[in-house]
Design a protein around this ligand. Structure first.
Ligand code: ADP
Ligand code: MG
Length: 333
């Protein structure tokens, strides 16, 4: 556990970036710091590895004050990933990843083997190993950044807007990969973002910060959406928080209606489109599965030209449909 107790950071020019922040970050989970630009997210994060020193208060890791050990030693036990990856441009990918292990005195062979393993782990082709950062896409660089942060197997990973500079599709892939990776590695991850959707998707817990480094709310995402602590949080999670909250409700309680006659099916029972009295089929719209969220089920309803969301099984076969009333029925129950 990382514990902040009344932590304040005032910069020399008088700016109070973080104001008496108290917070407990549980081990082996993802905790997200979210809030508008300038609210003190980066400052809070960097006080954990002491690349920024706090003005007052205490930060402890598993009960030990971080100031009781040497800052360099502390830092080597904490992975750090930033926007644009921050890779060393004149080192190859494999050497970038092996940086900290080498600093820790591992022999070259072991550091390299570990780096190659990590390259695969973050979903990169081994043939990327000898390339230089400039020869990689933004998304690939970000993956190398994650691999480098993991190289010395730190218990803690700090991630500062790591996916903010890549396009939405790549960002989505990187988020999925991080969640998949975290299921295997179970690190204590502190993740900073200004994007509430990213916070809700990745966080086991979310700390919403307000400008001036004040903690507005600290809660699991579902709780944040259901019970925003005040107007600031309500505004920040957005008008559509009811819709977002559907992410946390399962679609398996929906009662499926029978497949309508005008839904055209392929030979394997897969939905092909809606018949509409013309030669061409209208698109099916998004489909959902029983183990998806209610959000995806409602999305299927809203994207269907007939207002009927098609539920498919694992093989892609249509098994039933739902309409808006059915979704609303689950919400009301
Ligand atoms: P965030 O990461 O949430 O955008 P930061 O932690 O970077 O916010 O900054 C919080 C506040 O502290 C901002 O008002 C910012 O301008 C200010 N700040 C950040 N670094 C410094 C610095 N070195 N000197 C003075 N003010 C700073
Ligand atoms: Mg920042």
């Amino acid at each position: 556990m990382i514990e902040f107790e009344d932590v304040t950071k005032q910069y020399p020019d008088g700016t109070v970036a973080v104001d008496t922040l108290s917070l407990r970050i549980p081990s082996n989970q993802i905790t997200v710091f979210v809030g508008p630009s300038g609210c003190g997210k980066t400052t809070s994060l960097r006080m954990i590895n002491r690349t920024i020193e706090r003005t007052s208060g205490t930060i402890s890791i598993d009960g030990t004050d971080i100031n009781s050990q040497d800052a360099v030693t502390l830092r080597r036990g904490i992975g750090y990933v930033i926007q644009n990856a921050g890779l060393f441009p004149h080192r190859t990918v494999v050497d970038n990843i092996a940086t900290v292990p080498r600093l820790l005195g591992w022999d070259k062979r072991k550091a390299r083997d570990t780096a190659m393993e990590l390259l695969e782990r973050v979903g990169l082709d081994l043939k990327m190993a000898e390339r230089y950062p400039a020869q990689l896409s933004g998304g690939q660089q970000q993956r190398v950044g994650v691999a480098r942060a993991l190289a010395a197997d730190p218990a803690i990973m700090l991630m500062d807007e790591p996916f903010s500079a890549v396009d939405p599709i790549v960002r989505h892939q990187l988020q999925e990969e991080l969640l998949r990776l975290q299921r295997d590695i179970g690190k204590t991850i502190v993740f900073v973002t200004h994007d509430i959707d990213e916070a809700i998707k990745l966080g086991d817990n979310v700390a919403v910060l307000q400008v001036g480094g004040k903690l507005a709310q600290f809660a699991p995402p579902a709780e944040l959406l259901a019970n925003p602590a005040d107007d600031f949080v309500r505004g920040f999670v957005g008008q559509d928080r009811g819709y977002r909250a559907l992410t946390f409700l399962p679609a398996d309680q929906l009662e499926l209606g029978p497949l309508p006659e005008n839904l055209a099916l392929g030979s394997g029972g897969e939905p092909l489109g809606w018949r509409d009295g013309t030669m061409e089929l209208l698109p099916v719209g998004a489909t959902f599965r029983r183990d998806d969220s209610l959000r995806l089920a409602l999305d299927a309803v809203l994207t269907s030209p007939k207002g009927l969301g098609v539920c498919v099984d694992d093989a892609g076969k249509a098994v039933g449909v739902v309409d808006q009333t059915a979704v609303a029925g689950v919400l009301a129950s």
